[in-house]
Design a binder for this molecule. Sequence first.
Ligand SMILES: NC(=O)c1ccc[n+]([C@@H]2O[C@H](COP(=O)([O-])OP(=O)(O)OC[C@H]3O[C@@H](n4cnc5c(N)ncnc54)[C@H](OP(=O)(O)O)[C@@H]3O)[C@@H](O)[C@H]2O)c1
Length: 248
Amino acid sequence: MSVGIPISALWPQPSAQPLDDAALAGLYGRADRPHLRVNFVASVDGAVAVDGYSAGLSGEPDKRVFGLLRMLCDALVVAAGTLRHEGYRAVRLDERRRAWRREHGLPEYPTLVVVSGSLDLDPAQAAFADAPTRPVVLTRSDAAAPPGLTDVADVVRCGDGRVDLAAGLAELRRRGFDQLLCEGGPRLFGALTAADLVDEVCLTVAPLLAGAGPGRITAGDASEVRHLPLRHVLAAADGVLMLRYARD
Ligand SMILES: NC(=O)c1ccc[n+]([C@@H]2O[C@H](COP(=O)([O-])OP(=O)(O)OC[C@H]3O[C@@H](n4cnc5c(N)ncnc54)[C@H](OP(=O)(O)O)[C@@H]3O)[C@@H](O)[C@H]2O)c1
């Protein structure tokens, strides 16, 4: 693959050369136990979006790592709000990344998992209708599924009155999805943090000041402060930083 904007390691071990995809995949890796990784992009002043969308924060280096993280996971967890707002399409990987997955004994595509309390979901949305593997929807026991949703997704009910995320993640692991990648959004991240379910955060910092207005990458009820050690710092030649934090 032609590498566009070079990405280099700064810390803990500076790289002499820009990192190719194999080196990047090695730096992020797959954990040797069940693991929830969360991936976000933010501005220097902490904004989750520009003009309402994450696209305004994300450039080529972020998209490259975003795709690599999808390649590395068993299931891709996304909140219904982000799925609806960002118009998620089916999770597709290019042939090179599918080949990597085959070589590592994984299905060609990760499974999409949508978290929704209301089940206000459109079964015709490409994320469901065109999915290469049947998506899973985590919801609560009393939510009414819209017509057609169970034709295109497994609806898993965990929790009365609200989605019990710990029970939902346990069910995903029972289905063999040990390596989970959460792409947000902020309210789901806030709830996962409050439930102490986050093992890792990959944060891309775009060299932009978005100003007041947009929210943070986390939202919802306050939760306990937790230490999350820094594991690596990468820098792209356009000034984008890629930080990886993970607990022991
Ligand atoms: N910068 C980034 O990397 C990044 C990443 C993702 C999203 N975003 C941005 O974030 C914004 C969307 O945020 P949002 O406020 O809609 O938050 P969100 O967390 O994406 O979605 C909230 C919705 O998801 C479902 N949900 C989330 N947590 C849940 C929980 N614990 N239990 C049950 N359902 C849960 C609910 O759906 P129901 O209504 O169906 O019950 C809820 O209304 C957009 O502007 C998007 O561009 C940015």
